[in-house]
Design a binder for this molecule. Structure first.
Ligand code: AQP
Length: 348
């Protein structure tokens, strides 16, 4: 069966939105609007899977939900044409996650590397929500039967799990799916969109570590709220090596910091890394960093300013989320009706 093409993706309201979130996800969300119907979600139920001192408590959560919404709009997502909402306002996400909990296998979840990284050594003390995170993520995507999901490279394994869950549901309930007229498969095998030069933006202090919201050093990341001065300072202080830039991509292979900065430049400029090296190959980092500051400031400072402006109007943000949630709920409710019929649950 051919599925209607639809994009879904989400960002957690866990604070410190950074350049990695922008280049790996939000910039792609913006570009995909021209080609697809898109649903972009502030995944607040995911944010509360880590301890309360990490997500900051109710007041911070509310602020962060609004901040991610403001970032979506400031970056260029159109909430009138597409759907922008927060996950917890559409209860079908949690409802479908329960059904998927009964489809997914324990062995599949035991292989998830993000859980291992986030739970760390104190695994017994991790929340069940953190363990179940990838199942809820599959429900987020499949409740809209989304066909494409733009994400950073760190989400690849979760997208594979989403496909496994869809496949097993389609297999387990194959005869019911066919009897109810849905053909051979009810859920699509969703394609991740993980492309381009910045699918994994690394820390500015250590080119082997992912740029991350939770890194204690603010100099490790460019925050989407940083102004021109902060961006310039962070790029100038970014770790490099003593060699000039290579002229060919192969020359970046054992130079993680150089590779990262070239990738950031390429992604911001919408140019391949090879082309950037064609221009800057042989140049010292001081020259390249000056160009990178100019580019980063020209692209990011307007977003920061717009985020600030939109962020002051909480009534507007809340109305976007409410309207988006209504529209998302209408789509999700249709899926839940079909899923209940397929599984054999009696509904009103
Ligand atoms: N460094 C990155 N490079 C490229 N893409 C990235 N993404 C995250 N970091 C990078 C992508 O951003 C989207 C939203 O991610 P998230 O909401 O799951 O947040 P996160 O930044 O991964 O945040 P955490 O888990 O709260 O904190 P940290 O960073 O401390 O682990 C996703 O598409 C993600 O791939």
């Amino acid at each position: 069966m051919a599925f209607k093409e639809r994009v879904f993706s989400g960002v957690q309201p866990t604070g410190n939105l950074h350049l990695g979130n922008y280049l790996g996800a939000i910039k792609k969300f913006v570009a995909l609007q021209a080609q697809y119907d898109c649903i972009y979600c502030v995944v607040d139920l995911h944010a509360i899977t880590v301890p309360i001192n990490v997500w900051g408590g109710p007041k911070t959560l509310r602020e962060n939900i609004r901040e991610v919404t403001a970032a979506f709009i400031a970056a260029g997502i159109d909430p009138k044409k597409h759907i922008v909402f927060n996950q917890s306002q559409v209860s079908a996400h949690a409802e479908l996650a329960w059904i998927f909990n009964c489809v997914a296998r324990l062995g599949w979840l035991n292989r998830m590397t993000q859980f291992k990284e986030k739970a760390g050594k104190d695994r017994e003390n991790a929340s069940i929500g953190l363990y179940d995170y990838p199942v809820l993520m599959a429900a987020d995507i499949l409740v809209y039967r989304a066909t494409h999901v733009p994400v950073g490279d760190d989400q690849k394994q979760h997208l594979e799990l989403c496909r496994d869950i869809a496949q097993k549901f389609n297999n387990d309930f194959a005869s019911s799916i066919a009897e109810l007229g849905h053909g051979q498969a009810y859920f699509p095998l969703t394609e991740p969109i993980i492309q381009g030069p910045a699918t994994r933006v690394m820390s500015l202090r250590d080119g082997t570590k992912k740029m991350s919201k939770s890194d204690p050093s603010d100099y490790s990341r460019i925050n989407l709220t940083d102004d021109a001065d902060a961006i310039a300072q962070k790029v100038r202080k970014a770790k490099t090596d003593p060699e000039p830039l290579p002229s060919e991509e192969a020359g970046l292979a054992v130079r993680p910091e150089a590779d990262n900065l070239v990738g950031i430049y390429a992604a911001l400029a919408d140019r391949p890394k090879a082309e950037v090296l064609g221009e800057f190959g042989g140049a010292q980092f001081s020259t390249f960093k000056t160009a990178l500051v100019d580019l980063a400031v020209s692209q990011l400072a307007p977003i920061a300013a717009e985020m600030k402006r939109i962020g002051q109007d909480t009534a507007y943000i809340d109305s976007v989320l409410a309207e988006g949630s209504d529209r998302a709920e209408a789509v999700a409710a249709e899926t839940m009706k079909s899923v209940k019929d397929i599984v054999g649950l009696i509904r009103r």
